[in-house]
Design a protein around this ligand. Sequence first.
Ligand code: URA
Length: 313
Amino acid sequence: MENDPIDAWRQLKTHLESLRRAGLLDVPVGTWDPSDFVEPVARFEAEHEPETILTEVVATVEPSVRIPIKPLETDLIPEVVERKPAPAPNRSARPVRPPAPPVSSMFGTYLKAFENPVTPQNDRLPILKLLAAEVAACERCPELASTRTQTVFDSGTPTARLMFIGEAPGEDEDLQGEPFVGRAGKLVTDMLTKGMGLSRSEVYIANVLKCRPPENRVPTNPEMANCVGYLDRQIDIVRPEFICLLGKTAVTALLQSALPMKSLRQRWFRYRNIPTMVTYHPAYLLRSPSFKKEAWEDLKMLMKEMGIVPPAN
Ligand code: URA
């Protein structure tokens, strides 16, 4: 289903409803017609400084503007080529539908979130493999490219409902080529299996950076900017129903928020139009185990939304 306007409008309504509930948009309840939003949205834009309030709001509703990375050349693999509909017959004799009335820029950006067609489930793995090969050849960050053992792309299933996003590979991940396989990874596995009753193979796991930063230092802004486009493409291919961001680096890279973790957790954001929540990075939980209780509360919020009943221990 490509650009289904009814689906797009249904989801847009959800975004606008959350803005309205947050007190950011003055739209009377029950008037869910596109034209009802034009004036309040324009007023909203006029009243709020884009650099301040919108930083927060946009993170919840709009895919961030990213440094463009060359689009995947799906044409190279015939078996995954999207079938383009046959060109419409020339009906120029028939009356042409008038163009849609202009809407505010913010309203338009909501709809942009639905431009990407869903990747058919059977095509996801081969497309991800091509992307992984592109990542393996990446040398955008010369220091990381020269110190890595290998790039670390993903683990889990490309049809997952839930995607976890961490910071960057550590030493174990760099050696084994898989995210979250070291000590922090063991905690992720426990959170998944013991906490949520899911296996690692049922979710999709990736990192902001695909290369290990030397000495596990925090990724720099240019490194994140170089790499996050790959992650965006992973998200677009897998299109999970939910995203869980593990720690500050993932928050900085995707939500572009500098708020402390305590203000970010226990809330829902939207990233690339996907409901997204935030919790502590497992490495932080290993250093500060007293926060595990809060992380568990976060997982429970996630499970409630996903309709998952925690396993009886
Ligand atoms: N920490 C991360 O953020 N990702 C990994 O893959 C491992 C440790």
